[in-house]
Design a protein around this ligand. Structure first.
Ligand SMILES: Nc1ncnc2c1ncn2[C@@H]1O[C@H](COP(=O)(O)OP(=O)(O)OP(=O)(O)O)[C@@H](O)[C@H]1O
Ligand SMILES: Nc1ccn([C@H]2C[C@H](O)[C@@H](COP(=O)(O)O)O2)c(=O)n1
Length: 419
């Protein structure tokens, strides 16, 4: 643990820390010397008697880290005193890709530091975490003390760093680690994740056995390939089935049928593993498209746009303006994935979508419930859909009757694919 702490120290003083407190992001950095002047308070909501700590998840392998981060919040909420608030926190090097470390900020106003500190000492001894405490210095300024663990003893490092407010970064920190943690741009990169979890998730081996040996050739099939995208209950199933019947097409879906028995298992996993699973589903579907597309037109219910848009919207906290800017490399199409002839995005007024969901009355996945409750998340998914290129999607208003939507889409297909 001591060695890991030390390996981060060279960058420690150039890092920015972000804490989500009361719905707002607070950014701070640290300084070795006190500049003399009174620094503005970083956390206006932190009272003088509150004890504050941060926990950053680092070290170990990326699958272990992702799983530990997902479990840590539950552990903290379960084992800390109820007077202790737990908020998301991160540390990053501004505009440096892959530099984000996630964790939690604890604000303890229980009046006794013992239970929290016991838990933190236990965590630092056993788990891949860096722990800091925040104390007022002699001059009244807040200082960050990095804990270290050596020889079975946890000690607060004697030297404190002064905490000073920092400007919000140009790019939201959660965008720094998207590539290869949330979105995978090649078959190899997504496969790598499943290979790494074979020991702890036996189902990963089952997925590997269903995969082609490499990314299927990207050569265009003889017949057009049309992908239908959209949030749940926008009418994808209804439309894709009608298109299959009217065009004499083959209907496929991503994730493909063969992954259905494994899907619920991967939906429980942290984003790194879950998104790799969905990314690989697209390659299995692409292989099927390659075969069927030599015989008939192919309609695909969800494909890459869904994989990338949901992953990006989940990874990026806060409002739509936190998304990576339009034209960012995160919206690019994977270089080894078959490109459809046309991608249609069905959009629907949120109230009508809710009505259709209610009428359908089926169970919902956690992400679907999130879409329902969280207006911001829905807006981010829709905006991410629109920003993806190579091919970009064509938006169709799905509020008219099913027949009218079908006609509108048939017109687009005739124009673009000459069917
Ligand atoms: N144009 C339409 N007008 C009115 N109702 C519709 C229309 N299209 C579909 N519906 C109804 O809305 C509900 C959701 O449609 P559907 O199952 O096709 O959506 P979906 O996008 O495939 O959903 P999911 O992604 O959750 O599977 C269904 O009850 C369907 O009958
Ligand atoms: N190609 C795909 C298809 C689906 N997903 C993910 C995104 C959502 O979490 C969920 C939505 O699918 P549904 O419940 O409507 O079948 O599945 C994906 O990432 N990639």
């Amino acid at each position: 643990m001591a060695r890991r702490t030390m390996s981060l120290l060279p960058q420690w003083s150039t890092r920015v820390f972000s804490v989500e407190l009361d719905g707002a992001a607070h950014y701070f950095s640290i300084q070795e010397r006190h500049r003399g002047e009174e620094a503005p308070r970083v956390f206006s909501k932190v009272q003088d008697h509150d004890r504050c700590y941060s926990l950053l998840v680092c070290g170990g392998d990326r699958v272990g880290r992702a799983k530990f981060y997902a479990e840590l919040k539950e552990k903290l909420l379960r084992d800390l005193p109820p007077e202790c608030d737990v908020s998301p926190m991160s540390s990053f090097l501004p505009n440096v890709k892959d530099s984000l470390i996630r964790g939690y900020f604890l604000k303890d106003n229980s009046g006794s530091s013992s239970p929290s500190e016991r838990l933190l000492r236990d965590l630092i001894r056993r788990d891949p975490v860096l722990v800091c405490s925040y104390l007022k210095g002699k001059d009244g300024q807040l200082c960050q003390h990095l804990w270290s663990h050596a020889d079975s003893q946890t000690v607060e490092m004697s030297k404190g760093y002064y905490v000073v407010p920092s400007q919000p970064p140009e790019y939201h920190p959660s965008t720094l680690n998207i590539i290869n943690s949330d979105v995978f741009y090649s078959f190899e990169d997504a496969c790598e994740v499943l290979k790494e979890c074979g020991d702890i998730i036996p189902e990963a081996t089952s997925v590997m056995e269903l995969l082609p040996s490499r990314a299927p050739a990207r050569s265009k099939p003889d017949f057009p390939v049309i992908v239908i995208e959209g949030l749940d209950a926008t009418g994808k199933t209804t439309l894709t089935e009608s298109l299959r019947d009217t065009l004499g097409a083959t209907l496929l879906q991503s994730p493909p049928q063969c992954l259905s028995p494994l899907r619920a298992r991967f939906d429980q996993e942290p984003p790194l593993v879950r998104r790799a699973f969905y990314a690989l589903g697209n390659y299995i579907t692409a292989e099927q498209v390659g075969q069927e597309g030599m015989k008939t037109p192919v309609i695909v219910d969800r494909f890459w746009h869904s994989t990338a848009a949901y992953a990006i919207a989940t990874a990026v906290g806060g409002p739509v303006c936190n998304l990576p800017v339009e034209g960012s490399e995160v919206y690019r199409w994977p270089s080894d994935l078959l490109q459809p002839s046309l991608v249609i995005l069905l959009t629907l007024d949120p109230e009508e979508r809710k009505r259709r969901l209610r009428d359908r009355g089926q169970g919902k996945t956690e992400e679907e419930q999130e879409l329902d409750h969280n207006q911001l998340f829905r807006l981010k998914v829709e905006e991410a859909y629109r920003r993806i290129i190579g091919p970009a999607c064509v938006t169709v208003d799905a509020s008219p009757s099913a027949d009218q939507v079908l006609q509108q889409v048939q017109l687009l297909i005739r124009g673009k694919c000459h069917l």
